[in-house]
Design a binder for this molecule. Sequence first.
Ligand code: MFK
Length: 566
Amino acid sequence: MSENSSLGFSQSPPSLGNQYTDDRVLRAFLARALPPELLNDAEDDLRQLGALAGGELFEQQLAELDREPTLEHWDAWGNRIDHIALTPLWEKARTLAATYGLVATGYEGRYQPHGRIVQFALAYLFHPSTDIYTCPLAMTDGAARALLDAGNQELIARAVCRLTSRDPDQFWTSGQWMTETTGGSDVSATETVARRGDDGRWRLTGRKWFTSAATSEMALTLARPEGNPGGGAGLAMFYLEPRDEQGRLRKISILRLKDKLGTRKLPTAELHLDGALAEPVAGLDGGVKRIAPMLNITRTWNAVCAVSYMRRGIALARDYANRRVAFNRPLAEQPLHVRTLADLQAEFEGAFGLTFHMIRLLGLAENGQLDDAGQARLRLLVPIAKLLTGKQAVAVCSEVLEAFGGAGYVEDTGLPALLRDAQVLPIWEGTTNVLSLDLLRVLAKDETALVRLLETAAAYCGKATDERLKPALEVFRTGRETIGRMLDQAIAWDEEAWQAVARDLAMGVGRLYALALLIEQGQHAVSKQGDPRTIHAAVRYARRTRIELNRPDLDGERALGTDIYV
Ligand code: MFK
């Protein structure tokens, strides 16, 4: 008798198939969004990456659960080296990222104006099997965008070709060194100082408190040129290459790696800049505005990664539901379990539609094919998609763990890491509240922007004729009315009241826009293929979309929020 059978019952772990061919939602989207010859051209890469993500990379990820990057400060001879050793999967991910063009595809002429769609479809497949290597990729993409937008030809010539290279030997990643001890959200409080030496060169001194992927070949960062006023406007965006040709850090020390809840394969570091050479990218002020294009790209990546984690969790839970027999039948045959999975799928489909719709607009905008109205929509959809999908990813991954019972709570299944890693998504790149306030920044300049966004969403709903969509249409109609009423009344509100409702407003608008896209896609899928699954997703998504927006009771919230009653 084998040792295993002597112990009686044992469970078989979940497994994954080809993550491209198995993904109905991704394939349906690409079939609509891309011209057939383009899809045909991209499909080899999508299939290969789908196979790697469900096979070799996933297996390596599980085999390396215990591995983490390490920081060595000194070599054997007493030299300060600050060397970070990465995990083997990260080393492999770097090569794959370059060869599959995970950044390059967004910039090459080959697929334009659809390059962003192909790029992010690849990223979506790659992400959940590569231990957040997407973090340096997101920053690399953002840096390429920010450099191009800033128009500094010398830096573009030096760096953008490397950031967008498909050759692993040429490929560079970029850091985004923004966060300081003064806070991650209030970047205007940046303390790093930039001084110009007698040689005319700029040197930065300060401490960067959360620098993700400290192994990058270049970074964009913010610093205050000496003598500039305080606040965000007094900051400038700088370009720097942290290492010399031998790979030694130049006037930068790595103080320590962060001991984080999740993203543990990502070597997030605290850095001290002690006169590090850097170059202003575009003038000596307006740094926050200059770096904003980078933020919008990394926020887009964040949404893609959120959707991708949801899909991974559901794929694992669905596979397991077919294997796990309890109470005499597989979980996949038990109505309450099936209903739980259906709710997760509906959340995922809503998030997917919203995110890839935004990506389509991004590609058009970058190719000069988006009119002013479209650009205004994109400006709103980036923070909305980031904040909504980040929260959804945490909720979905939490439910996925529960779908495994106790196994979901045990480290060596690899499942807890999914939840821990997802938890970063609402935090970095602008927390939910900071991004909700970003919406107010847009409204302050363009007060009808949200109303127009919902008009566009209503036009998507206008195409629905299937009777089954009626309850979803009703939720959209009443939700839109509620938001419209609030916006009318809120003209008289003060700033405090606006800030207090900003999150509910952002979430509400985001869910309604995603619902409208689901309704439209549901009608399309049933009309063209007779497939009702997206209609079911729309109805379930609608059931979970409840919008309440009233003038906030600021005194009550203050008393409860701070627990002080005056
Ligand atoms: C898995 C993939 C994910 C990738 C992960 C990468 C990991 C990287 C780790 C990190 O670096 S995390 C740190 C990220 N930090 C943030 O995301 C900062 C969050 N805080 C904000 O976003 C604040 O809202 C902000 C810093 C922008 C507030 O700063 P200010 O100085 O108070 O901004 P202000 O004065 O409102 O705006 C300055 C200008 O920038 C304005 O333009 P004007 O001067 O013309 O009026 C704004 O309109 C513009 N601006 C701000 N945000 C913008 C923007 N423009 C376009 N898009 C935006 N998002």
